[in-house]
Design a protein around this ligand. Sequence first.
Ligand SMILES: *Cc1c(COP(=O)(O)O)cnc(C)c1O
Length: 379
Amino acid sequence: MHIPFNKPYMSGKELFYIAQAHANAKLAGDGPFTEKCKKQIELITGVNSALLTHSCTAALEIAALLLDIEPGDEIIMPSYTFVSTANAFVLRGGVPVFVDIRPDTLNINEALIEAVITPRTRAIAVVHYAGVPCEMNEILRIAQKYQLKVVEDAAQGFMSTYHGAPLGGIGDLGAFSFHETKNIISGEGGALLVNDFSLIERAEIIREKGTNRKQFFRGIVDKYTWQEVGSSYLPGEIIAAFLWAQLEEARSITDKRLAIWNVYHQLLASSEERGLLRRPIILDGCQHNGHMYYVLLPKSVDRQRVIDALARVMINTVFHYAPLHSAPAGLQLGKTSGPMDVTNDVAERILRLPLWVDITHEEQEKVCGSLLRIIENMT
Ligand SMILES: *Cc1c(COP(=O)(O)O)cnc(C)c1O
């Protein structure tokens, strides 16, 4: 029995909708399937505008353009994240200012933000790691006090909520990913969420190569022209058709993943009590989406040996981010404020377990049983 780390879920209707897109003979972006996906994401998140993009990376790049990030502007963010959170701003000359994460949720430690704000600070980019919400109330309070923008990298956070508010729609701008490794997928794919009415038109322009093509098609202007700096950030209709098959089932996919997450959580409860590992922590008022189940191994355990031992019994597990602050580009392009003890510690101890929609209870038991035997032999 081979247990892979991830198996992309298919609802079964993907090819049916792709055939429709093919029959529509409208294959570029912003056709009927893009519109359906847009409306559905707006309905789920309550944001004023959701713009489909070809990736979360693209959505973050539009966010940086929308915020007029200029060379030397500082953006506060965690170091424990994917490179795209930082790259989007660095592409505009922005400087990532890395702060440490909370030991419980592994999200940006909001208590460290205020101390690193300078006159150059423009935005706080938060990352909802594993689809578990950041402490948005406090982050929004700080942003308001210092007039900073809040960008949510909600790549992993689709369908999660913070005190009832959908992630991605809480800050000024939010970004989702529909990459194959996320919960709802289209191979590559993403969306930008825009709450602020005053930014919607510019977001549409930036996404369409810097032109007002959308206004042209709406009949608002009689020719479309170059309005500002932009790029091509929209997905084609084949991708949107695939995504539509997934979005239709977003609730049931999320519920299934949550059930699997809860099984892991129960199976590993006693091991946590015995000090063999630490399980994820979800704070009150936070509803996650079952994106990821991870454990933190004891410091004394060599993680690579655990991964290798699990691989020998056909179970694929993986670690996660190499912190950005100490990566070659992070050293060159970013600033690190204060100790990064939690980031460094978590990066070395985290182990992500197989989680996909059709994993069986038996497979989950095998993962937990094997993991515990291996850790016990090492401690
Ligand atoms: C997956 C991911 C991204 C990148 O998403 P793409 O759609 O592949 O561009 C960015 N940030 C985080 C936190 C992610 O997990």
